[in-house]
Each structure stands twice: as C-alpha cells, then as structure tokens.
Design a protein around this ligand. Structure first.
Ligand SMILES: Nc1nc2c(c(=O)[nH]1)N[C@H]1C(S)=C(S)[C@@H](COP(=O)(O)O)O[C@H]1N2
Ligand SMILES: [Mo]
Length: 360
C-alpha cells in the first residue's frame, strides 16, 4: 500500500495546545466505525466530563426535589427503581461536536466529529416525580444539579442546568439509572442522571442530586454563559443551545491511513453506510456526494423517535482520489450546511462530513 502524502489533513493550521490535549485525553470520543452498531456499546459511547467524575456511593445517594413545590421529596435509589420504568434508545451528541474543524478554532474540548453515541436508557419519567412533589403554579423552571464541582472561566460552581416546566414535563424526559441494560457506569453519571432526548448532551445532567423548582429563569454558568451561540464575544449572551441540529456521519469504507485517517478502498462496488440524527425526530433524508455529485441514500428502519437512523448507498468505486460527503435533512426541513458557521464557543457545527478516499 502506498504512502499517500496528499491524504495528510488540511486541518490543524492552528497548533493544538496542552490544555486541549488534556481535555481530549479525558473526554474520549466514539469511533466512526462504531456507527455500525444500532446500539453503541457503553465503552464506545463518547464522554464529556467538565470537572472530575465524582465518587458517589449508590447506597447513600439521595435525590432531593424541592424549592417551589407543595411537598419536597427525597428518593433513594431503591425507591426510584420501584417507580414505573421505561427503556428508550436515545442518541446523544455533545454540542461542541465539530468544534476543532472551525477556523480559527475555539479553544475547548477539541472534538472533530466523534462526540456521539446511541444507547438504550432505562429509568422513570421525570414527570411522575415532579407530580409527587407538586409544582406550584408560578414555577418557571426546574434546576438540575450534579454532584460534580469545579471552576470554569474563573467561576466556581456545581454543574447545573435548567429546563422550562414545559420541557421538563415531556414524557420522554427521564431520570435514568441503566444504560444498555446495565447500571450506569461512573463516567456516565452513576447512579442516576437526567436524560433529555432530542437536546444536545449538556442538558442531560449526570450524577444528579438535586432538582429545584424556581420562579425565575436560572442564571447558572452552564446555562447563561456556556452553551450559547454567539457570533462575536461582545454579543452577550447569544442564543441558548438546545436541540441537536441534523447530522449524518458515515462508517469509513476500506482501511485507514494510521495518521490522517484517510481511507484506502479497493475498486468495485462499495456499500456506503452511516447514521443520521436530529433533535427534530427521525431523519427523513440523507444525501451522499461523491466528488460533489449528490444522490439520495436509502433510509433504514426508524429505531425510535430520538434515536439515529441508518442509511446506505452503493458506490461503484473507480481508481483515483475521491471526496465523499453526506448530509441529513431533518423532519423540520433543516439540511446540514456544506460549510461551518463559526461561533465563539464552537457550538453546533454540523457542516456536512468530508472523507478523502484513495481507490486502488
Ligand atoms: N453533572 C454533569 N453532567 C453533565 C456533564 C458534566 O460535566 N457534569 N457534561 C454534559 C455534557 S456537555 C455532555 S455532552 C453529556 C455527556 O454525556 P456522556 O458523557 O454520558 O456521553 O453530559 C452532560 N452532563
Ligand atoms: Mo457536551
């Protein structure tokens, strides 16, 4: 097999710093070849951990539901597990996925396109727990706080996010304690995390310990400062990041080049496959471009309202260099852009994937 210098990555004009390397080392991504599994094995699901994984003893763990409620509630793990349970497949993606492909590159967790996973989550609907506590009518939001604490941008805080009452009461929003049929692992939020299907991952608070009903919009760091679409740093506070934008990724065909991950493919028929998802529900359409010519892929079965959907397309690979791309159009009619839309925090970059291939 030939060493192909031209498959060297064009990206990386800006050198990566040690801070980014440290973040990348602890927040691992999934692998593009893991897109083959309907359900991502736990060890192949991406991870994003802002601070440290807190040590939580499941035996003494308690969830308290308080604030602007009629009857404050405290639940241990056994009580939570005894509540009505449901299992649903949900695709999670970090809002920063695609950040490292932006130029100039916003310095934070340097994801290329690997911050995804689709797991089977088991838990109890949040709504049932909120009904037990009885939200007072003037409640505006619910604030969800995790057991992890740290400092970001000089601001000390416990990781916390809020949802409006309307979002929190959606029946698929759950308190989950199992992933792919096994108790949650520490890095994924054990013993219990919030799961907000359809939204980027930041909303699904891990190591959940407190739910507080409040009458004013929550102004915590991870709500008001982080996770914002800002066109320039002075444009404060920007628009909040919420639902996942449409994205499609392909299983890389052939075999990789070790360093660039460019692909070597044998000439002849190749089955291109991939997955597509969006916070707007099952993706209706995926197109694949071979050297800029777009064709519709065949869509596979819908796995769930909030799960990714498989697709495939046969390609008759001819010798030479090619560029493969794919893009999804979601149920709301939104199509992935061909070029990234830059923003200060590097959020929601869902520009259509590019994959260089050398056919031999
Ligand atoms: N308590 C807490 N919850 C958290 C985080 C965190 O750092 N602390 N990270 C969030 C972010 S940004 C993402 S993308 C998802 C990642 O979930 P995973 O690591 O299980 O894939 O968890 C979210 N929940
Ligand atoms: Mo994230």
């Amino acid at each position: 097999m030939t060493q192909d210098v031209a498959m060297r990555s064009e990206a990386g004009a800006e050198p990566f710093g040690l801070d980014e390397l440290r973040l990348a080392g602890r927040n691992r991504g999934s692998l593009p070849e893991a897109l083959r599994y309907d359900v991502t094995p736990v060890g192949l699901h991406y991870l994003l951990i802002h601070f440290d994984v807190p040590y939580v003893d499941p035996a003494s763990w308690r969830l308290s539901v308080g604030g602007n409620v009629e009857r404050p509630v405290e639940l241990g793990l056994d009580k939570l597990r005894a509540l009505p349970a449901a299992t649903i497949p949900v695709t999670l993606e970090c809002a920063g996925n695609g950040r490292a492909l932006l130029e100039p590159r916003p310095v934070s967790q340097p994801w290329l396109e690997e911050a995804f996973g689709n797991a089977e989550w088991t838990g109890t609907p949040l709504r049932g727990v909120l009904e037990r506590a009885g939200l007072r009518p003037d409640t505006a939001e619910l604030v969800f706080t995790g057991a992890d604490r740290g400092v970001q941008d000089g601001v000390a805080h416990s990781y916390a996010r809020s949802l409006t009452v309307q979002e929190a009461l959606r029946e698929e929003v759950m308190l989950v304690y199992a992933m792919n049929g096994r108790p949650l692992e520490p890095q994924h939020g054990a013993p219990v995390r919030l799961l907000v299907p359809g939204w980027y991952g930041m909303a699904s608070v891990k190591w959940l310990t407190d739910i507080e009903a409040v009458t004013e919009p929550f102004d915590g760091y991870q709500q008001q400062i982080a996770y914002r679409y800002q066109d320039d740093p002075d444009d404060t506070p920007g628009e909040p990041v919420s639902r996942m934008r449409p994205r499609s990724l392909m299983v890389p065909p052939g075999v990789p080049d070790f360093q660039t991950r460019g692909r070597f493919v044998s000439a002849g028929p190749v089955e291109l496959t991939g997955r597509a998802w969006s916070g707007a529900g099952p993706v209706q359409r995926v197109e694949v471009a071979i050297d800029g010519r777009w064709q519709d892929a065949t869509m596979h079965e819908v796995l769930g309202d909030y799960a990714w959907r498989g697709w495939s397309l046969r390609w008759d690979a001819t010798p030479g260099r090619h560029e493969l791309r794919c893009r999804a159009t979601d149920a709301a009619g939104e199509t992935q852009p061909l070029e990234p839309h830059w923003n200060v925090q590097g959020m929601g970059n869902n520009a259509a994937q590019r994959l260089p291939v050398l056919v031999e």
